[in-house]
Design a protein around this ligand. Sequence first.
Ligand code: UD1
Length: 434
Amino acid sequence: MECLVIDGGYGLHGEIKVQGSKNGALPVLAASVLGGRSVIHNCPRLTDTDSSLEILRMLGCGAVRNGNTVTVDADCVPRCDIPPELMRRMRSSVIFLGAVLARCGRAIVSAPGGCELGPRPIDLHLSAMRKLGAEITEKDGLVCCESRGRLKGAEIVLPFPSVGATENIIIAASTAKGRTTLVGAAKEPEITELADFINAKGGRISGAGSDVLVIDGVEAAGNCEHTCIPDRIAAATFIAAAAATGSELTLSDVCPEHIAAVISVFEKAGCRFETKGGKLTVAAPERLKAVRFLQTAPYPAFPTDAQAVTAAALATADGVSVISETIFGSRFRYLRELKRMGANAESEGGIAVIRGVDRLRGAEMHCTDLRGGAALVVAALGAEGRSEIRSLRHIDRGYESFEAALAALGAKIYRNVKNETADTIDVFREASGV
Ligand code: UD1
């Protein structure tokens, strides 16, 4: 089985360009269904973005990738149903619901997939679509949303600032008749990115980045060119990798203000940060200090997506760290794998207690989910000896050329591919120095 082989204990050094944001690109790709031609730069090459392109093509749009630039032509969208097989590939497939409904007046989808993080309902998405005038029926696991003509602007209050529901509402309301006011919106940078993208297509969305959004519906979406924002979770992952290996790394193409909460936690752990010329340098101490209490919460607080990689770095910190996960209660499954490396970590409910050990030892592990998988890589980079990490499909959903990026920073890492020949392994080994 394909695996990442990591010989841990080597420092990282140098500069890394942070990839374009996965969580920004996916809603932008979905919103491109609204109409016109969208040229999207800095779109990360990931299996999740590939799945979005497949959905777009299946709907009848043109969707072409050239390196990190994707062009979507949505002059004609003949289909309005997304097969369950495509829906299941990722959670973000649900964002196509608002886009297809707005564009076609009808959308047929099934429950979305994505990481197993506990229950991930879509009730907030559906009740908002109803408010915008859609009729919704559910049968045999399929959700059918229908509007007679254009959707209608409405006042919507979200009881929780759901990122996905906010995205669906923004997209669906952008071509609705009249004004939509959304109170209790999510404030993540990816929401602002989505609003900027739709506005570039002629939309009229204001308030993005605050918890009240005003969306004045326009008749149709036009052409636009867009550049995806830097991926704040990939940035957090490289910071965690530097922290776990006692290294100094420079990140380029990064927005430090998007990861202020992450920077603050790693500062508490003893890392030093410097911003210069649009780049962010992190310098980690030989051994981190424990972080007494860390809590995930909606932006601008500490992101749930950075929780696992941070825990991995804290596994060898001096002292006891306590992490409270408030977004997805069962997001600690990766701890079971970290324990194979000798981590002293327990979780109950949404709380994890991590007692820092002197060092982790290389082990064989399986990724439990996307960010949990990245956490295993972070831990293995700092561990003594060799680790083998399997179930890489999770990591491939969210990190562009992860092992190549880390190898370029000095990590001893390579991907042992299926049906490998001795020659292929040697080439990889030579390239990565393992
Ligand atoms: C969430 C994260 C996002 C992250 C993504 C992938 C937050 C607030 N959201 O976004 O940062 O990038 O996972 O890991 O940090 N909920 C409902 N009903 C709904 C929708 C959501 O009850 O219809 C609940 C969820 O169960 C969860 C919470 O709201 O407890 C957050 O959900 P939401 O923000 O919608 O999740 P994602 O959009 O997947």
